[in-house]
Design a protein around this ligand. Structure first.
Ligand SMILES: [Zn+2]
Length: 241
């Protein structure tokens, strides 16, 4: 079972979809849902270049996909990697799709920077560490902060290929004032939370990174994140540090 969040944002008559769900049935359900609620998107945007955040065009094939410049650079360095990862996960989870992942028209966005949405500006903040790329999106006008694969109640800090503990720590430090200014924090995986819960997770994540850097083989994992799969992420992290 896999679960990835998508967030619809709206301002001044324009809407945007951040990231994407993973399963075909979910992707099929998104367009009518957003239509009915007045959030039919004019554009797509992804927090980072991992396969499970890039499927917006499956639901909205006509829309361009906004990516941070670091993500575009990552795709140039590893052409086809996201497509291969998606195929691997699909086969593991017995997911069938009508075609391969295509990114379509990509718009590169400077990070740090901002992108216009209707009469508002969506802030783009750098967020590497989990991967070599990554950005956090802050819709300050409505208090929604989309953090990508950070501050999750279900996932420990994952230093995946291209990521680093040092950059992960820098991202957490940048996140703190944003989390304090936000009302709703939406992680890539697991339920959204308020500022207090997100700050608690941030503290737990820093403690975990300390244990990781000490090379602990069986550290105490935070409550709710101590599962076999999270232990396997820890083993992968240890090999990378
Ligand atoms: Zn992810």
């Amino acid at each position: 079972m896999w679960q990835t969040n998508a967030t619809a944002l709206r301002a001044g008559g324009e809407a945007m979809l951040v990231d994407s769900p993973y399963y075909p049935e979910e992707l099929e359900a998104v367009p009518p849902l957003l239509d009915d609620s007045g959030f039919a998107p004019d554009a797509l945007i992804a927090t980072h270049g991992d396969f499970d955040h890039l499927l917006g065009r499956v639901a909205f094939p006509g829309l361009a996909l906004g990516l941070g410049e670091p993500t575009v650079e990552r795709f140039h360095r590893e052409p086809g990697a996201a497509q291969r990862q998606l195929r691997d996960y699909d086969s593991k989870l017995y997911v069938e799709r009508s075609g391969p992942l295509s990114l379509g028209q990509v718009q590169a966005l400077p990070v740090p920077g901002s992108v216009e949405l209707g009469d508002q500006e969506l802030e783009l903040h750098p967020a590497s560490g989990h991967t070599s790329d990554g950005m956090v999106l802050f819709a300050r006008w409505c208090g929604v902060l989309c953090v990508g694969d950070y501050l999750s109640r279900v996932e420990i800090p994952w230093i995946s290929e291209g990521g680093s503990v040092e950059e992960y720590r820098a991202t957490l430090a940048r996140l703190r004032p944003l989390v304090e200014a936000a009302d709703t924090i939406v992680p890539g995986h697991g339920a959204p939370h308020g500022s207090d819960v997100a700050l608690g997770l941030l503290g737990e994540d820093l403690e975990y990174l300390d244990a990781l850097e000490r090379g602990e083989e069986r550290p105490r994992l935070p409550q709710g994140r101590d599962s076999r799969f999270q232990r396997s992420i820890h083993t992968e992290n240890l090999a990378r540090v």
